[in-house]
Ligand binder design. Structure first.
Ligand SMILES: [Fe+2]
Length: 178
């Protein structure tokens, strides 16, 4: 890092500082982990709405409504994730461009996706999100950030519920082609 860059970073830190008893390493690591998580949640939110908008087939109403509910849950996580980072003195996502650079959940720009494929993909993505949230929870535990950990516990439970519903909707024990 150049002298100019570190002076600029120090300036940003000073302007956007928030009083906290957490160590600077805690602020850095937790807000960094929250940024990546937020990018994933935005990416998964938009994919869920994409599939909600482009759903088709005989279970349209059920699936369309299910994905709307899932989208609402994901969107509701975004503001508290960003504000946790600010409360502990960190910064958060600033743009769609930053989301694209940080997201680990892949977009799906396909023109047509079969209903069952939509649900399986979302099931896997939500499962991935659970794994990432457990990792962020571990970082919080390391530094004693119980408040972020407590939010994560609720979001993990909600995400596991989404995985459960998506799993049940995609499982096909009879082998019937629906
Ligand atoms: Fe809608």
């Amino acid at each position: 890092m150049t002298k100019h860059q570190s002076a600029k970073e120090a300036h940003v830190r000073e302007k956007l500082a928030t009083p906290t008893d957490l160590k600077p390493e805690a602020t850095r690591d937790i807000s960094g982990a929250l940024s990546a998580l937020l990018a994933d949640v935005f990416a998964l939110y938009l994919k869920t709405k994409n599939f909600h908008w482009h759903m088709s087939g005989r279970h349209f109403r059920d699936y369309h409504l299910l994905l709307d509910e899932h989208g609402d849950q994901l969107f509701a996580m975004t503001d508290p994730i960003a504000e946790r980072a600010r409360k502990i003195g960190g910064t958060t996502i600033r743009s769609i461009g930053q989301i694209a650079r940080q997201q680990r959940i892949a977009d799906n720009d396909a023109e047509y996706v079969d209903a069952q494929d939509m649900l399986s993909e979302l099931r896997d993505d939500n499962q991935r999100l659970v794994t990432s949230m457990r990792q962020v929870h571990n970082v919080c535990d390391e530094y004693g950030d119980v408040a972020t950990a407590s939010l994560l516990e609720v979001w993990i439970d909600e995400s596991e519920r989404r995985v459960w519903f998506l799993y049940e909707a995609t499982r096909n024990p009879t082998g019937a082609n629906d």
